[in-house]
Write a protein that binds this ligand. Structure first.
Ligand SMILES: Cc1cc2nc3c(=O)[nH]c(=O)nc-3n(C[C@H](O)[C@H](O)[C@H](O)COP(=O)(O)OP(=O)(O)OC[C@H]3O[C@@H](n4cnc5c(N)ncnc54)[C@H](O)[C@@H]3O)c2cc1C
Length: 393
């Protein structure tokens, strides 16, 4: 029985429009917005505005918030085409995938009016201020504090691994507020904070991922007004859980893996038949894993489209599969292409260096947005129930 990945005529048309636009606007060899060349970021910013003008940026958002009321499947096509082509939206994918939806769900009318139009217009970059030096997997151990002062708050603390913080205009920041909060996650609160506010300092972290990916952010008695708080004080853990489940299916990593595997096969041309059989078998196994991960992502999208609670568990299942694909494809391609696969980005490298770029990024993909071990634990708890609970007699 053949597997059918088709999205129907509407999906095909959307895919064709996106591919044509990417071919016209994004230079060959583009490896994303995060390089030392400011033109790469400029390309992403221009591209977002053009997508917005054509109604393609926030396609699946409701019309009242600047979207086209498209389906989650339309949005899936957009995610796939963007990630397969090195995310020409740059950091703005976060605004569309989860910052905007979180503000739609938990924001006041004034917050919606202030934040959603610039995201829908492709004009605003956000960053996510969750992780801290002593709070990553256990996010609820965070120690950044927001203390009430007058009609607002004073925020102090440190965040780490904050992607895109140098270029972001706003931070979706998690801090704890004092008070008698009942739950173990008590007091976590989300603030929508402009990054140019006095007292915020961003320090880049050098890493194998390249520039602009990772930063430390220091908050030294930073003022936040009451209307910069999202939801209610202490509602942050619920908001974070919700936003993380959007984020986990938000990046169609399998789409880039699929494209790189097919580019490699094409690049080898006549050499393919001379590869050891074991290597060709590994390439095939990698492709099967990629297609399986894609199906798991689709199961999650289908559950989300039906509004099912189980979609959060499915998001974790899909993420475990998809991030492992990133690493499996990186290793397989390295073996298949040999030393050529490690050539730094440039016109002479295989696919302009996309292979080397993918290998470096793949190393982090099982950690970013929640480590894979934690995803497995989430799935185990959902499927098996609490492991430390009473045993059935
Ligand atoms: C590329 C990249 C981009 C990122 N961008 C952002 C960002 O923009 N904003 C942001 O806030 N954060 C960001 N992060 C941080 C990321 O969310 C955290 O790194 C991640 O949640 C893990 O936290 P940690 O690094 O503190 O590791 P830890 O929580 O210290 O975990 C270390 C290891 O121990 C394991 N472990 C921990 N607890 C358990 C447990 N209970 N059971 C089993 N194993 C466990 C983990 O799985 C992991 O392998 C980014 C990370 C990366 C790599």
């Amino acid at each position: 029985m053949a597997l059918d990945y088709e999205f129907g005529e509407q999906g095909d048309q959307l895919r064709a429009v996106l591919r044509e636009l990417i071919a016209e606007r994004i230079p060959r060899g583009y490896l994303g917005a995060f390089s030392n060349d400011p033109e790469d970021l400029a390309i992403a910013q221009r591209f977002c505005k053009e997508l917005a003008a054509k109604g393609l940026l926030t396609l699946s958002w409701p019309k009242e918030f600047g979207g086209q009321a498209g389906t989650l499947w339309d949005q899936t096509v957009v995610r796939e085409e963007m990630w397969a082509h090195h995310e020409p939206r740059g950091a703005q994918y976060m605004g569309l995938n989860w910052v905007g939806p979180a503000i739609m769900e938990f924001g006041t009318a004034a917050q919606k009016a202030a934040h959603l139009p610039p995201i829908a217009a492709g004009e605003r970059i956000w960053c996510q201020g969750f992780s801290e030096p002593d709070a990553g997997s256990d996010l609820f151990a965070l120690s950044t504090r927001a203390l009430p002062e007058g009609d607002g708050w004073r925020i102090s603390g440190q965040k780490i691994w904050t992607s895109y913080a140098e270029m972001a205009e706003y931070c979706f920041l998690a801090a704890k507020v004092p008070g008698n909060h009942k739950s173990a996650h008590g007091g976590i609160t989300i603030f929508l904070l402009p990054m140019d506010r006095e007292g915020i300092e961003v320090r880049p972290i050098a890493s194998m991922l390249g520039p602009h990916h990772l930063n430390e952010c220091f908050f030294d008695s930073v003022w936040a007004s009451a209307d910069e708080l999202l939801g209610a004080p202490g509602q942050g853990s619920a908001i974070i859980r919700r936003t993380l489940s959007y984020e986990r299916v938000g990046i169609a990593r399998y789409a880039r893996c699929d494209r790189l595997l097919s580019l490699a096969a094409r690049a080898l041309e006549g050499e393919w038949d001379t590869l050891p059989a074991a290597l060709r078998a590994r390439w095939n196994r990698a492709l099967i894993k990629v297609r399986t991960a894609r199906l798991l992502a689709y199961r999650c999208v289908a559950a989300q489209a039906r509004g099912e609670r189980a979609s959060q568990t499915m998001a974790s299942v899909a993420r475990v599969a998809v991030t492992q694909c990133d690493q499996e494809v990186a290793e397989t391609l390295l073996q298949v292409l040999g030393h050529r696969g490690l050539e730094a980005p440039g016109p002479n490298a295989p696919f302009f260096g996309a292979m080397e770029d993918h290998w470096r990024y793949a190393q982090a993909s099982t950690v970013a947005a929640g480590a894979i071990e934690i995803q497995r634990e989430t799935v185990a708890r959902a499927v098996l129930g609490r492991v430390d609970g009473p045993r059935p007699s």
